[in-house]
Design a protein around this ligand. Sequence first.
Ligand SMILES: NC(=O)c1ccc[n+]([C@@H]2O[C@H](COP(=O)([O-])OP(=O)(O)OC[C@H]3O[C@@H](n4cnc5c(N)ncnc54)[C@H](O)[C@@H]3O)[C@@H](O)[C@H]2O)c1
Length: 254
Amino acid sequence: MKRLENKVIVLAGSGAIGGACAHRYANEGAAVLIGDMDAKAATSVVDEICAAGGSAVGVELDGTSEESIAAMVARAVSEFGGIDGLHANFASFADGSANVDLLDMELDVYDEEMRVDARGFLLVSRHAIPELRKRGGGSIVYMSSVAAYMPAPVRLAYSMAKSAILSLTRHVAGRFGPENIRANAIAPGLILTPRLEANLSEEQKQFFRQQSLFRDRLGRPEDVAAMASFLLSDDGAFVTGQVMCVDGGATCRP
Ligand SMILES: NC(=O)c1ccc[n+]([C@@H]2O[C@H](COP(=O)([O-])OP(=O)(O)OC[C@H]3O[C@@H](n4cnc5c(N)ncnc54)[C@H](O)[C@@H]3O)[C@@H](O)[C@H]2O)c1
């Protein structure tokens, strides 16, 4: 059985992991609205889904702008009649190449990470929740990271933003649970995407392979898509307020 049949999922942020998630949602029977700052990235995934017989629409989204988020949500409602699930996936990697710690971090970089990753997810939630309510409930998946748990010596701004998302997850789960709205976060370990494939040395990849308890592979976008699809489906009906680490056991959190 397709477990997202008759559901409408809004995916805020396409890209490597988002693209895999969009395909998975469509394969599971969902209608998918994909928003991304890179409109072409969203459109190319939409074209692939539609060519395979699925249902998807792409829009340009600035996840830091309330106006843009409101337009995305309105488009999902006008196109598909409502929303059953939100996957907040977009991220800024503003501090990605800055190999600096707290003392040397540029405050502009910190502000940008918090503006996009933390404030942006807050804003998409504010616009999606009223629509989930109208359907009698729904499910939200927030993309965090194991960076929220690991004592990373660099990229503090990214880690702090990904930690803030965990508070948001628990707030939404606690406040809106009685209205049948679930909220969970996914904390992936290193997921090998084209961006990381291009930027990581073989030595770094080996380091991350060793962090996984399997030792022999890194995470794949499809690993995250499988978890997100479960959480958005009714199979996850009794799972809320959780952080699901998709990290090959690297963190082994209780
Ligand atoms: N790849 C990993 O190893 C990894 C690990 C842990 C967590 N994550 C998280 O997974 C998510 C997806 O990461 P990815 O590796 O697929 O990255 P990606 O760069 O392939 O995808 C991110 C997408 O977000 C979009 N985006 C950026 N800013 C935006 C904005 N303001 N509004 C709308 N769209 C915007 C980009 O255009 C891009 O398409 C992110 O939240 C990331 O932090 C990734």
